[in-house]
Design a protein around this ligand. Structure first.
Ligand SMILES: [Zn+2]
Length: 281
């Protein structure tokens, strides 16, 4: 692609204006939204982009506790977003995708120590089947200790790419039924595998009886949010999860989500190389 100076300068001006606006909005509490943290694995052996070390996870929970955050459930989040129900001061929803065994072994003891609630989205066909994933017994024990278990489909298929509404609906309804049967609770929430969804997926998620669904799009949620495309704050995507990165992602949502949108726009419409200059923590 040929470098276009005019387009580049125009791009810089747009970016600067958006940044100024987002910095102003960031000062208003309403625009902070309610943060939903998104974890996957917590362990000290798998050094991949989805893993946060146990020490780092503990430091992050300690930071939340020390700074007056209060953990909430997905139902409390939905009640606040839909009906303006009251929430505790500095609410935060902690979520884990996929249902790894290390959530039980490593994250659960820390969450208990800090008396924190959290939510795990299970791939139900993997539960009590693969050694690296949770068992129904462990899920039940966690449920009795402030951990909410919700759906991440039957087998982690990308819901916008199943090629058939019947298959998508099967993934949505049967995973919901599996958790409801094993854990004797109602399942109202979904996390899209790989953040994959489209308008048709949303219609099917509603048909399957879910109340809301979570994406992997960076951002925090404000009243009036699209309930089937709720934003989260990914605590993954890099190999070093420092406390500084965590604090920036948690506390600078309005600015960073605008930057993230600009970067996505630049990758798609301007120049992927230029997008690399927008560095997100
Ligand atoms: Zn997943």
């Amino acid at each position: 692609m040929r470098f276009n100076m005019k387009k580049f300068i125009l791009g810089l001006i747009v970016v600067s204006i958006l940044l100024c606006i987002s910095l102003l909005l960031a000062a208003i509490p309403y625009y902070q939204g309610i943060p939903v943290l998104n974890y996957h694995q917590i362990n000290d052996s798998a050094h991949n982009a989805l893993t946060v070390t146990t020490t780092q996870f503990e430091a992050q929970m300690k930071y939340l506790a020390k700074n007056g955050y209060h953990t909430i459930t997905p139902s409390e989040l939905a009640d606040a977003l839909e009906n303006n129900a009251a929430l505790p001061e500095k609410p935060v929803l902690i979520t884990f995708d996929d249902g790894y065994l290390d959530n039980y072994n490593n994250a659960f003891p820390i969450l208990k120590r800090y008396n924190m609630k959290a939510t795990i989205f299970l791939i139900t066909d993997y539960v009590s089947v693969y050694p690296n994933y949770l068992t129904w017994d462990k899920a039940l024990e966690m449920q009795e200790n402030q951990i909410d278990l919700e759906s991440h489909t039957l087998s982690h298929v990308e819901l916008s790419k199943t090629g058939s509404a019947t298959e998508t609906l099967h993934q949505l309804t049967d995973s919901k039924k599996a958790i409801e049967w094993h854990l004797k609770k109602k399942v109202d929430f979904l996390a899209y595998p790989c953040g994959s969804y489209d308008d048709e997926t949303i219609a099917l998620v509603k048909d399957a009886g879910y109340r809301a669904a979570f994406t992997v799009q960076y951002g925090a949620n404000k009243p009036g949010a699209q309930m089937y495309a709720l934003d989260r704050i990914p605590i993954f995507g890099g190999n070093s999860h420092t406390l500084l990165r965590f604090k920036l992602r948690l506390n600078c949502v309005p600015v960073l989500s605008v930057l993230n949108h600009i970067r996505t726009y630049m990758i798609r419409n301007i120049h992927p190389g230029l997008a690399a200059f927008i560095i997100l923590p």
